[in-house]
Design a protein around this ligand. Structure first.
Ligand code: 8YV
Length: 330
């Protein structure tokens, strides 16, 4: 029987108490997500666990360097950084942090909607650049969101949390998802086929996982269906929108604006065209970035990791079919 402690490789920053919690159960190797491949591969060579964020691509190449790997515990609900079929094929459990961040991401979605509709960023810049006292004209008027239609693409946990908030602001809520019958508590949400939802909404907000099906879900054709007064909001993953098509649509006035917490490439290159457009509100991928939410995510990510390493079912696994092998391998 192998009585040695499991080895866990960690690529995210950990508070000392969380590190202590991990070290009580395993040998911990902390490596930066941007460390040279040779350092990362070295740390993973005999590791059974990996605690990482979306910043680390967990692809076939990386998994091949980690033959003893049993669990990838992603610090985040999205797991598009992991090659899921390959992990499943290798009997590696892939875990994430659903639920604990839904409210934080929904709050930020409303913050973006309000920032866009009430021109919060421009108005704040007007004051801080001394425009208010300098006699320069204040930014143009915003628009009310009450009575307007919010089209949610994706009515999962985060989409639902956004729907509740939007309703409290007096918005009409439509959604597009794989189901056309909304859950009981969301009877006020109206199902619409995607093209109709795009054409009817004043604000379109994206709440889908990034997959092969949702990659560039909004491109030139889809943006062209939207109202010229409409805004698109994205707190999911950048590549759900074809960013080059979005830049064209914003320049040509096909749509009015975009409020984005995520971009196709993060961080964006300094010359990325979207950075210099006037009709955008951009945030640096901070949907889950509150003290409470990040602590809850980390707690769940650590629980997921330690559960698999000790042969227990983890609280949140996205490829349950890999679990039997992940749990039995030592
Ligand atoms: C990031 C996120 O994971 O949960 C997700 O899918 O995108 C975020 O919460 C987080 O910013 C850590 O990188």
């Amino acid at each position: 029987m192998d009585t040695s402690r499991p080895i866990a490789c960690v690529t995210i920053g950990l508070a000392p108490e969380v590190l202590g919690r991990l070290e009580a159960e395993c040998e911990v190797r902390v490596v930066g997500a941007d460390a040279p491949a040779r350092v990362l591969h070295g740390a993973l060579a005999d590791a059974q666990g990996l605690l990482c964020s979306a910043l680390l691509p967990v692809d076939e190449r990386l998994m091949a360097r980690a033959p003893r790997l049993r669990v990838v515990s992603n610090f985040g609900v999205g797991f598009n950084n992991v090659d899921l079929p390959e992990a499943t094929r290798r009997g590696i459990a892939v875990c994430n942090t659903p639920g604990v961040l839904s409210d934080a991401v929904a709050d930020l979605t409303l913050a973006l909607i309000l920032a866009a509709s009430r021109r919060v960023v421009e108005n704040a810049a007007h004051v801080s650049s001394r425009g208010w006292s300098g006699g320069r004209p204040a930014p143009a008027l915003g628009f009310d969101i009450g009575g307007k239609t919010l089209g949610l693409v994706g009515l999962g946990r985060i989409g639902r949390a956004v729907a509740h908030r939007a309703r409290a602001f007096g918005m009409q809520v439509s959604y597009h998802d794989t189901f056309s019958e909304p859950p009981e508590e969301l009877r006020y949400c109206q199902y619409r086929p995607l093209d109709d939802l795009l054409g009817e909404s004043d604000i379109v907000s994206l709440h889908v996982n990034l997959t092969a099906e949702t990659h560039h879900l909004l491109g030139t054709r889809e943006l062209g269906l939207m109202k010229p007064t409409a805004w698109v909001v994205n707190t999911s993953r950048g590549p759900v929108i074809d960013q080059a098509a979005l830049v064209r649509a914003l320049r040509q006035g096909t749509i009015a604006g975009a409020a984005l917490d995520v971009l196709e490439s993060e961080p964006p290159a300094a010359d990325e065209p979207i950075l210099s457009l006037p009709n955008v509100v951009l945030l640096p991928h901070v949907g889950s970035a509150t003290v409470e939410t990040r602590a809850a995510m980390l707690d769940l990510a650590v629980k997921n990791l330690l559960a698999v390493l000790s042969g227990q079912e983890p609280p949140a696994c996205v490829n349950r079919e890999a679990l039997p092998r992940a749990l039995e391998r030592r």
